[in-house]
Design a binder for this molecule. Structure first.
Ligand code: DNO
Length: 352
């Protein structure tokens, strides 16, 4: 397992110097943020970012994300140009030594929450999803824009793209994903890049827009589209884990070799369909992080892992979900579990 940390580049309040001081941190996960979705990332920009990260003794082998243009998800004729550009990006990233590219196929809205600073009983705050509030939100109002979204709305803006999705069905979205994968996976294979689709967050349809990467059956379906080491998963515990029917350790055991990138986050599930994010520690939420890591250990996981969203603690302010302190605590907690699993496995610690 290679422990990594997401970094949003020079605009991030969290610096590479902060990140390198987290014990056990080997690499940074990042992206080029100032190029519009669908355009080509120049080799120059990719290498500049890579050099900046490596200068601090960290690796840069995972990109999160190369966003997929809405025209690809919509299956419009203009998708051809965007798919070509996407392939160009994969080739360039491969040349620069990137091993894993994370992406998602969520229509219009990426991860969605109703509140960015939900107060937890200990006075810290985190991201939360309150079903009743989301149901009352007007997606066209523009109030719904979360930090870190990569949007590609085109000339008609948000309203325009939502209109374009009016006739979209779950099956049509699957067709469009299938088309996309048939084009990009052979290119990724050649470039030595593993594509890793991120599940939909939350894993259910919102605002009438279909969402398809939501459970074990959908992971199976996406992997069956093309059997290739380059067609893999980003397994996000917090995304899938808010649906109580998703058994994460079971999913990890089943698809272990296809999981190239692990996001680990704990969530507290309230009534079905509402949740808040919490500290990584198992006892703080609904997910058993030890069981999850044990499953990764048992399948011999040697991919990349990162602590996903953290709470805001100790008066930290910054990008919701992506502060320094709680994510660093999460990484440390997980490193502790991992070290224990390794020692137990080797018989260095008696298991009785
Ligand atoms: C949220 C992230 C997502 C993720 C994309 C992957 O914090 O987990 O925005 O990066 O969905 O493409």
């Amino acid at each position: 397992m290679k422990m990594t940390f997401r970094w949003y580049g020079d605009d991030d309040k969290v610096t590479l110097d902060n990140i390198r001081q987290i014990p056990g941190m080997v690499g940074v996960v990042s992206a080029i943020y100032d190029i519009p979705v669908g355009e080509i990332w120049s080799m120059e920009k990719i290498l500049e970012l890579k050099n900046k990260i490596e200068l601090k003794g960290l690796t840069f082998e995972v990109v999160e994300s190369v966003p997929v243009h809405e025209d690809i998800k919509l299956g419009l004729p203009t998708r051809e140009k965007y798919i070509e550009n996407y392939c160009e990006n994969i080739k360039n990233l491969g040349k620069a030594g990137i091993k894993v590219v994370c992406y998602n196929f969520m229509p219009v809205f990426d991860w969605t929450r109703s509140i960015l600073a939900y107060e937890l009983p200990d006075g810290s705050n985190s991201l939360a999803y309150e079903k009743n509030k989301v149901e009352k939100m007007d997606p066209r109002s523009g109030e719904l824009s979360l930090p870190g979204w990569d949007t590609s709305y085109g000339e008609g803006g948000l309203g325009g793209v939502l209109d374009q999705y009016k006739e979209m069905t779950t099956e049509k979205l699957w067709e469009n994903l299938t088309y996309f994968l048939h084009k990009i996976i052979p290119i990724a294979e050649k470039a030595g890049v593993k594509m890793a689709i991120h599940p939909d967050d939350p894993p259910w349809s919102i605002f009438g827009l279909p969402r398809i990467i939501v459970n074990e059956a959908s992971l199976e379906r996406v992997l069956n589209i093309i059997d290739s080491p380059s067609n893999g998963l980003t397994l996000c515990s917090g995304s899938l884990g808010v649906a109580c029917t998703n058994n994460l350790p079971q999913i990890i055991r089943k698809y272990g070799e296809k999981i190239h990138f692990a996001h680990i986050r704990n969530v507290n599930n309230y009534e079905e369909g509402s949740f808040s994010e919490v500290a990584h520690l198992s006892s703080c939420g609904s997910l058993d992080i030890v069981e999850i890591l044990k499953a990764y250990y048992e399948v011999g996981f040697d991919g990349y892992l990162r602590p996903d969203h953290g709470r805001m603690i100790w008066n930290e302010t910054g990008r919701p979900g992506y502060g320094l302190y709680d994510r660093a605590l999460g990484a440390t907690y997980m490193n502790g579990i991992w070290e224990t699993l390794i020692k137990l496995g080797k018989g260095d610690i008696k298991n009785d």
